[in-house]
Design a protein around this ligand. Structure first.
Ligand code: FES
Ligand SMILES: [Fe+2]
Length: 438
């Protein structure tokens, strides 16, 4: 069971908290590249409980700062983004993308000290359509993470954002809990409804899978397993990568390059970056006669973005409208009566409250991946708080290239890790064989 003290350790991410300190040692995906346009108005960002301002200057450089101007703390949200930097609206001090003050126009030239003033800016790097920031205290920055869906060429990478109105951990744990698929998403779906050419049908045929779990160098992994055809086993592999990444099964392990990054905005809001290789073979299983099977629809409808700290990528189907639940449809067509797989996930994780009280839980064998992942996180956070020890993968990120989620079918007699290795040896994708273990 997770104690109240452990729950606090796992969920609080603000400055000075143990988990907040730990997460700051990693590169954090902050915003999509496409959201920042040269010389456009600055954008409010909330990350790990910090209010930040993001902008792109005339030359395309990205700046991400504490929103308070280092002069007298007026918010740089009101700044002008002009000619290579942000100019504060209060007294006109100007800052380049690194945070360096370059102009102090309200001070007589002989008394100005712009060279000595720097905004609290975080190093920012762009790759594959994402902008990452480093909020930690290392002088020498760690290498960028090497997690497969973010290593595809930018043109070939899909990035979708959606905000979740709850703590990051309970949102993320949904990806580590495969047995919910056969209820929340597919509770009224029969195996015969699904395309016989796909493996997904075994998920609804056997709704109580058994599990293998394992700690890995990059985090944790599991395989849920169920009987397939005679003498065969159906596996669903998924991965957790420190500190907040999941690689989930949504297609054959050999082709499925997809993941979620659960970036805490603060303790009760999460920005989910869904990343994937555009060319991966999309599962066809969820359509029948050309129409989505009720309960398995893919939908994403957004409210218009606003300037609020929590104003970006909010779902139009949300807790204020009970996720548009339709009780008639729930009676006999879909298990939840909620349309859209993501909306269903949102409904259950957000309904737990801002931060779920884990002392009330009764975990079952179906929660084994959740249990070892919490422990992996607790061990990592405690080690860092004690003497600054960090996981080796932070400086050797290539080990995580071997992490992938996906389905496989193998003879009953084969060991689950052998099944993983064998499928990964045939893995397809932009990395080709480069994602083989070191
Ligand atoms: S507060 Fe920004 S220039 Fe004075
Ligand atoms: Fe789900």
């Amino acid at each position: 069971m997770t104690s109240a003290v452990e729950n606090e350790l796992l969920t609080r991410v603000g400055p000075g908290t143990p988990m907040g300190n730990f997460m700051r040692q990693f590169w954090v995906p902050a915003i999509m590249s496409s959201e920042l346009v040269p010389d456009a108005a600055p954008t409010r960002l909330m990350i790990l409980g910090e209010k930040l301002i993001a902008f792109r200057d005339t030359h395309g450089n990205v700046g991400i700062f504490d929103h308070r101007c280092p002069h007298r703390c007026a918010s740089l949200f009101f700044a002008r983004n002009e000619e290579g930097g942000l100019r504060c609206a209060y007294h006109g001090w100007k800052f380049d993308a690194t945070g360096q003050c370059t102009d102090m126009p309200n001070v007589p030239p002989r008394l100005e000290f712009s060279a000595k003033v720097k905004a609290k800016a975080y190093p920012a790097v762009e790759r594959g359509g994402l902008i990452y920031i480093y909020m930690g205290d290392r002088k020498t920055l760690p290498p960028l993470p090497e997690i497969e869906p973010t290593l595809c060429p930018a043109d070939d990478t899909m990035v979708i954002c959606r905000q979740r109105e709850c703590n990051w951990l309970q949102a993320m744990e949904g990806d580590l809990d495969t047995s919910h698929f056969g209820f929340l998403h597919g509770g009224l779906v029969e195996a015969a409804d699904l395309d016989p050419a796909t493996m997904d049908r075994f998920q609804v045929k056997y709704r109580a899978p058994e599990y293998y779990v394992k700690e890995t160098e990059w985090g944790t992994m599991y395989a849920a397993h169920r009987p397939a055809e005679a003498d065969e086993t159906y596996y669903r592999f998924a991965q957790f990568v420190l500190p907040f990444w999941t690689l989930y099964p949504n297609g054959a392990l050999t082709h499925n390059i997809a993941g979620n990054i659960w970036v805490p905005m603060d303790d009760s809001h999460t920005m989910v970056f869904n990343v994937g290789w555009k060319q991966r073979v999309a599962p066809l299983a969820y359509f029948k006669d050309g129409a989505p099977i009720p309960g398995l629809e893919r939908r994403a409808e957004y409210l218009p973005n606003t300037n609020d700290w929590f104003g970006r990528w909010r779902s139009a189907v949300n807790q204020d409208n009970d996720y548009m639940i339709d009780r008639d449809i729930q009676r006999d067509k879909s298990f939840t009566g909620i349309s859209g797989v993501t909306h269903q996930d949102m409904a259950v994780t957000e309904s737990m409250g801002d931060i779920v009280d884990r002392t009330m839980e009764h975990l079952a064998v179906s929660d084994r991946m959740i249990m070892i992942t919490r422990q992996r996180l607790l061990d990592a956070v405690t080690a860092y708080a004690k003497d600054g020890t960090l996981p080796a993968m932070l400086d050797r990120p290539a080990v995580a290239r071997y992490a992938r989620g996906g389905d496989a079918i193998a003879p009953k007699s084969q060991d689950w890790l052998e099944v993983y290795d064998q499928n990964m040896s045939r893995a397809e994708g932009p990395l080709g064989k480069a994602n083989a273990a070191e």
